[in-house]
Design a protein around this ligand. Structure first.
Ligand code: SF4
Ligand code: SF4
Length: 123
């Protein structure tokens, strides 16, 4: 089934992805992929920038992407779902796609009802 995330990646280059520091230890996220943003919180490196893009994002946004640490990705990455994955629009997904000039996903049509959320098929 078509997974729109694999030809998108917009949310990985729109939001700051920050999380409690211990997640990086528990998930075994390489230190060079994170940056401290407060004494107790890390962010995925690159997402803290004015023009964010996660350093773990591989590929070209809007064309073909994957997450280099998909199985270890931190909790915020689990929170954004492609719109209509669960029957409703996802505001974070819609906002990120719009910011990248991509059309928001529709409840019907070739981009609808993905089997899984986000970048599950690592290249
Ligand atoms: S959740 Fe939405 S914005 Fe994020 S990669 Fe998937 S389709 Fe793109
Ligand atoms: S899903 Fe992967 S590439 Fe996207 S923000 Fe999370 S860690 Fe980065």
């Amino acid at each position: 089934m078509n997974n729109p995330c694999l030809s998108c990646g917009a949310c990985c280059a729109h939001y700051r992805v920050s999380f409690y520091w211990r997640e990086a230890e528990n998930n075994v996220i390489r230190a060079e992929l994170t940056v401290a943003v407060t004494p107790h919180r890390l962010a995925m490196r690159g997402t803290e920038r004015t023009t964010p893009r996660c350093d773990a994002l591989l590929g070209t946004i809007g064309e073909c992407v994957s997450c280099a640490i998909y199985t270890a990705r931190p909790s915020p990455c689990h929170g954004v779902m492609p719109s209509w994955h669960a029957g409703d629009a996802d505001a974070h997904c819609d906002r990120a796609r719009a910011a990248w000039g991509l059309p928001v996903l529709q409840p019907t049509g070739p981009d609808a009802a993905p089997a899984t959320a986000d970048l599950s098929q690592v290249a």
